[in-house]
Design a protein around this ligand. Sequence first.
Ligand code: GUN
Ligand code: ZN
Length: 437
Amino acid sequence: MGELALTKAVRGSILHFKRDPRLGSASYEYLRDGILVHHRGRVERVGPASEVLPDLEPGLPVMHYKTSLILPGFVDTHVHYPQTEMIASKGKNLLDWLNTYTFPVERKFKSYAHCRYAAQFFIQQLLSNGTTTALVFSTVHKVSAQALFEEALNLKMRLITGKVLMDRNAPEDLLDTAESGQRESAELIKEWHGRGRLGYAVTPRFAPTSTPEQLESASYLLREFPGTYLHTHLSENQEEVEWVKQLFPEAPHYLGVYEKHHLLGEHSIFAHALHLSDAELNRLAQTHSALAFCPTSNLFLGSGLFDIEAVTDRGLRFGMATDVGAGTSFSILQSLNEAYKIAQLQQYTLDPLRAFYLATLGGAQALGLSRHIGNFEKGKEADFVVLNTSLPRLLANRFDSCETLEEKLLILMTLGDDRNVEATYVMGRPLFERHRD
Ligand code: GUN
Ligand code: ZN
């Protein structure tokens, strides 16, 4: 009886990926009428309803989502929780926007009460958009990471964050030092890394706001605490690239600054990566580093166009990212919408199947989490999103007139957003359910 109560099932159309569709056929499983059975928060079985239903124990609860597509929860590979409250702020460019809006807002995260409120609001935004895992920037304040970890732990969410390291070129009251940044990071790692479903990312903001000494302390932390991540920004904006040249004249290029301090590797995630030379792209690939593609942010700040083809050709791992508050939406669907257009501007067509792979398993692989999440293999954590495809009317109307899965996915990522998110499940529990009038 007790065991049965821990087993549940959802029914609807189901789509999940086994690998990157560009690597060949049989990369995904699509069930028009499927059932996902989960037990104690983990995937037990996925199959066609006609096969699974007869095997289910009598009385087992099956939540039937008609006109819905069930996908693994979306993965947001780069987002700033403190910037939620300043989303859609006008800025001439990145550096102007940082000084005018970002730093003043981040000051508020000195207060634990403010961090708690912001962390709760942020996580609700993730969930109402179908995002179940994120790699998140906090602020320079230790309490900012603390508060986000606490909230994610409460909800049993898989989430990675870290206190920002920033010891120069920012307002005085937002700076740490190489020593205090290292000490506080180490304290947070000991308390949070590997606890529940949480991970720690050593987070130098970007090269211009850290001294070489601080970048060295970041690499010390990565060595001292294996399994922690490196999370930073890379080559987002032309002026930023010029600034890095001036600050680090001896470095061959922007990436070279991070490489000099041993910050590249398979646990390293670099956001943006827009203005890179072939040499930089090659080093990223050779070191198995991963990238976060932030379409709405790159367009909003006019930063540049992410070169999907160049990155794909080199076999680089990358995931989708909202980068709120420079990004203008928490919706990974909307990020895919803009990603498609960014690719079109470069005469590259983003395959819709690949787009949904990037939003789920691809993101999980970029974060090195695909043994836990990203698809519905038996034993994986039952994080999933239920997308209602019967609204808005424009989308539903268009859906009715198409045949193939590819067509449907392109419509969903172009016209869909948080309004389509019917429910979001974390470890088998519905943490978000949309109430409709
Ligand atoms: N580069 C350094 N800091 C930031 C930030 O907060 N947002 C973005 N988009 N880029 C950055
Ligand atoms: Zn960012």
